[in-house]
Write a protein that binds this ligand. Structure first.
Ligand SMILES: C[S@@+](CC[C@H](N)C(=O)[O-])C[C@H]1O[C@@H](n2cnc3c(N)ncnc32)[C@H](O)[C@@H]1O
Length: 216
């Protein structure tokens, strides 16, 4: 599936970022302590399955690799073909099974899932509310929505990617905003603060970072 026309600029931005994306400690998870910290969090959010897990805006597949290693059946979706190429190579190199698809995470090309996970994606979607409703609609009864998000910056006047459409949550989304958006769609939810856990980020962070875990 190709990127819809409105998203071409965003896809190009991430294609250009793909080769060096994993250089950030929380992206590549190359440090075993950082990898272990994310594995432990994922195990707390997604009970042992195996489950069908959809990793939306999967990037270079670092979380997909942890999920596959935990035994889950993972499908990653990303708009940027170069990100998907990195993800495919990463899991192949590690001998881990997963399926990766180039496509728009706002309308994932799958019928259903047990878990929908998105880390640091909502801020770059033109209609995050519509995407959240679509994701909840994909979940099987008892399924979980796991959103790893934060509020990192105040957006400037220009879009972060040339030709990007207007992005209501550019710069990130606060936990309070996300609870308001997700609460009416789900049976229950909880928030986990991630700002104080240096091991996740490779050092201290001063901005708001959290996970929202919801059940349908
Ligand atoms: C900040 S990165 C996060 C990547 C990954 N989730 C992680 O945490 O390492 C944002 C990712 O979302 C992807 N992306 C942006 N808009 C998208 C869309 N509409 N559909 C699918 N992927 C999208 C980008 O290509 C990029 O890989």
């Amino acid at each position: 599936m190709a990127a819809p026309d409105a998203l071409r600029g965003i896809a190009r931005f991430w294609d250009d970022a793909a080769a060096s994306f994993d250089d950030e400690p929380d992206h590549g998870l190359r440090d075993p302590r950082i990898r272990a910290a994310w594995s432990a969090r994922l195990a707390g959010w997604i009970p042992s399955g195996p489950w069908d897990v959809l990793d939306l805006g999967c990037g270079t597949g670092s979380l997909a690799a942890l999920l596959a290693r935990a035994g889950h059946r993972v499908t990653g979706v990303d708009l940027a073909p170069q990100m998907v190429a990195q993800a495919r190579a990463k899991l192949a190199d590690a001998g881990l099974p997963a399926t990766f698809v180039v496509g728009d995470a706002a309308d994932p090309p799958v019928a259903e899932a047990d878990v929908v996970l998105a880390r640091h994606l909502l801020w770059t979607l033109p209609d995050p509310h519509a995407a959240l409703a679509r994701w909840v609609g994909l979940l099987r009864p008892g399924g979980s929505l796991v959103l790893v998000e934060g509020r990192w910056s105040t957006p400037g006047d220009a879009p972060y990617a040339p030709d990007a459409p207007s992005l209501p949550w550019d710069g990130g989304v606060t936990a309070a905003q996300l609870v308001d958006a997700v609460g009416p769609l789900v049976a229950g939810l909880r928030l986990e603060d991630l700002s104080d856990d240096d091991a996740l980020w490779g050092g201290p962070v001063t901005d708001e970072r959290y996970a929202l875990v919801a059940t349908v």
